[in-house]
Write a protein that binds this ligand. Structure first.
Ligand code: FAD
Length: 313
């Protein structure tokens, strides 16, 4: 059994901590913020590999996470995870790069009698687990033996004095701790609406034109519609704009969706890196990094947590 400090209480840190505890380690999570004050709280939070790499490892981690989340949805409804039917619009007849992580994915072709939304030629349909972020994060935290300690860390190395391993799960915060120039903030905004006439079992995505990307992700009693993906500085405020809200609602109408009234708006900065950083630190192998999950933290959370467990076994 190792003594492990996990820095970060977003979806990556909490999953890493839980998987380490399940493997028999003694774990303490330390984080500057938790729950609603993390990027993880701003997510749509459905299983879908968006703005993340590299494809081979992402497929592996995403596949493991998909299986774990589906099992969780069946066994622990209180975790806030449900399996929805996702329909991803496409104009490409070939399977998308993430298809081999997605059992049962099938192509639906548009036809004159059954056109697809927004003029799409095809739709890739599969079962996708969706998390309700605040419910899921709280559920993960309550499974841990030790409460999360709220504290901002300026350096990872001193933590090694009281732990065998330190796991860096700081999302975008990893840049100031590591100086990682490959980490890039990507702004995203969503609008949370009451369901109106939207089917709560159906999720729709269209990223064919990134400037007009769209997704509709139902929760149990509301629907998240989005979005955008704008590279930006780390300190861009996570405020929302009326113009983006109007654009998202107009895209929803263009998809044939009829949402109810707007409940609130939300925004966050995705911690994007061309490749997720999951490795021991080159200078100190007691420090392991697990950050840079871009638009796919929920999609990769358990697979990456299991990869960290394997590294310290
Ligand atoms: C609008 C939007 C929609 C999204 N939709 C989806 C989706 O549908 N599916 C999906 O899979 N992903 C989605 N994402 C991406 C997902 O939210 C992120 O990949 C994920 O939240 C990253 O999790 P994280 O734990 O690495 O980071 P965070 O949630 O940012 O957590 C980082 C943690 O580290 C702590 N920390 C940082 N610096 C320090 C420090 N110096 N000292 C101590 N603690 C520190 C923070 O306080 C926090 O606890 C979306 C993101 C956005 C913005």
């Amino acid at each position: 059994m190792a003594r492990v400090v996990v820095v970060g209480a977003g979806v990556i840190g909490l999953n890493t901590a839980l998987a380490l505890e399940e493997a028999g380690h003694d774990v303490q999570v330390i984080a500057a913020a938790k729950g609603a004050n993390t990027t993880s709280a701003a997510a749509g939070a459905i299983w879908y590999p968006f703005k993340v790499g590299p494809p081979d490892l992402v497929s592996k981690w995403a596949g493991a996470t998909l299986r774990w989340l589906v099992d969780l949805a069946n066994k622990h409804p209180e975790a806030g995870v449900d399996v929805l039917a996702r329909s991803e619009l496409s104009d490409n007849p070939s399977p998308p790069w993430w298809a081999n992580a997605t059992p049962g994915v099938r192509r639906v072709d548009a036809s004159p009698t059954k056109p697809l939304p927004n003029g799409a030629a095809y739709s890739w349909v599969f079962d996708a687990p969706r998390c309700d972020p605040l419910v899921f994060l709280a559920w993960l935290e309550h499974r841990l033996k030790n409460p999360v300690r709220i504290e901002r860390i300026d350096s990872l190395t001193p933590l090694c004095q009281s732990a065998d391993f330190v796991i860096n799960c700081c999302g975008l915060g990893a840049r100031s701790l590591t100086g990682d120039a490959d980490l890039q903030a990507i702004y995203g905004q969503t609008v949370i609406v009451s369901p109106g006439r939207i089917d709560l079992k159906q999720c729709l995505g269209d990223e064919r034109d990134e400037a007009r990307m769209f997704y509709s992700i139902p929760r149990r009693s509301e629907v998240v519609v989005g979005g955008c993906a704008e590279p930006c500085a780390d300190d861009r405020p996570t405020t929302t704009t009326r113009a983006m809200t109007d654009a998202i609602l107009s895209r929803a109408a263009g998809m044939g969706l009829e949402p109810g009234p707007v409940l609130r708006e939300s925004a966050g900065l995705r911690p994007y890196r061309p490749t997720v950083r999951l490795e021991p630190d080159a200078a100190d192998s007691r420090i392991l990094h697990n950050y840079g999950h871009g638009g796919a933290g929920y999609t990769l959370c358990r697979g990456c947590a299991e990869a960290i467990v394997a590294l310290i076994a």
